[in-house]
Design a protein around this ligand. Structure first.
Ligand SMILES: Nc1nc2c(c(=O)[nH]1)N(C=O)[C@@H](CNc1ccc(C(=O)N[C@@H](CCC(=O)O)C(=O)O)cc1)CN2
Ligand SMILES: Nc1ncnc2c1ncn2[C@@H]1O[C@H](COP(=O)(O)OP(=O)(O)OP(=O)(O)O)[C@@H](O)[C@H]1O
Length: 186
C-alpha cells in the first residue's frame, strides 16, 4: 500500500459530515446569521468574504448584507490554486461558476481581511473539513503570508467532530460561529 491512508480518512469523515449537516439543515439555523452579524460588527470597514450557500450549507447572506464595507464571494479560477473573491451586493446578478457555486456576473476583485468560511465539519482545535479541493487552505496560506486575516468558520453546531482528520496543509480557523454561539480558538 502506498499513500492512501490520509485521503481515506478524509473521505470517510466527509461522508459522515454530509449526513450530519443535512440533518441540521433540515432542523433550521435559528439565530445563527444574527450571531454572525453581531460577531462581525466590530470589523465594519474591513473587506469581508462570504459565500453563496450551496447544498446544506448554513446561510450567511443576512450577515453579509449587514456588513458595512466591501463583501466578496469566492470564485474558482483554476484547480489547485487560491480562490479569488468578487465583489457581491444583495440582489446582484449571479451566474454559475466552477463546481456549481454561484458567482457575481461582474464586479471588482477584493482581498478579504475577514473571511466567513464554509465547511463540512470542524473540531475543538479549529481545524475544518471542506469538500476536498484545498481551496480555502491555499487561500488562507496565501493571505496570511501577506498580512493578518481573520478566518471565521460558520456552521451548524452539529457539524463539530471529535477530531477532523488533518494534513500538513490544513489552516486553522480563528473562530467558529454556530446557532449556539461563538467559539474562539487560541
Ligand atoms: N458555498 C460555497 N462556495 C464555495 C465553496 C464552498 O465550500 N462553499 N468552495 C470551497 O472550496 C469553493 C467551491 N469548492 C468546491 C469544491 C469541490 C466541490 C465538489 O463538488 N466536489 C466533488 C468532488 C470533486 C472531485 O473529487 O473532483 C464532490 O464533493 O462530490 C464543490 C465545491 C468555492 N465556492
Ligand atoms: N497550501 C497548499 N498547498 C498545496 N497543496 C495543498 C494546500 N492546501 C491543501 N492542499 C492539498 O489539497 C488537497 C485537498 O485538501 P483538503 O482535503 O484539506 O481540502 P478541504 O480543506 O477539504 O477543501 P477546501 O479548503 O476547498 O474547503 C489535499 O491533497 C491537500 O494536501
Amino acid at each position: 500500500m502506498t499513500d492512501v491512508k490520509a485521503p481515506d480518512f478524509k473521505a470517510v469523515a466527509r461522508a459522515e459530515a454530509f449526513a450530519r449537516r443535512a440533518a441540521a439543515f433540515a432542523a433550521g439555523q435559528g439565530q445563527a446569521a444574527e450571531i454572525l452579524a453581531d460577531f462581525l460588527a466590530p470589523h465594519r470597514g474591513k473587506a469581508l468574504s462570504g459565500y453563496m450557500p450551496m447544498r446544506s450549507e448554513i446561510d450567511p447572506l443576512p450577515a453579509m448584507a449587514a456588513h458595512q464595507g466591501p463583501v466578496g464571494v469566492p470564485v474558482i479560477l483554476e484547480k489547485a490554486a487560491p480562490l479569488r473573491f468578487r465583489e457581491w451586493s444583495p440582489g446582484c446578478r449571479l451566474v454559475e461558476g466552477a463546481f456549481r457555486a454561484m458567482i457575481p456576473e461582474e464586479g471588482a476583485w477584493i482581498e478579504p481581511q475577514v473571511m466567513i468560511v464554509p465547511m463540512l465539519a470542524y473540531d475543538a482545535r479549529g481545524y475544518r473539513l471542506g469538500y476536498g479541493g484545498g481551496f480555502y487552505d491555499r487561500t488562507l496560506e496565501l493571505l496570511r503570508a501577506r498580512g493578518p486575516v481573520l478566518a471565521v468558520g460558520f456552521a451548524f453546531g452539529a457539524q463539530e467532530m471529535a477530531e477532523v482528520p488533518v494534513d500538513g496543509f490544513d489552516q486553522r480557523l480563528d473562530a467558529v460561529v454556530t446557532e449556539k454561539g461563538v467559539t474562539l480558538f487560541g
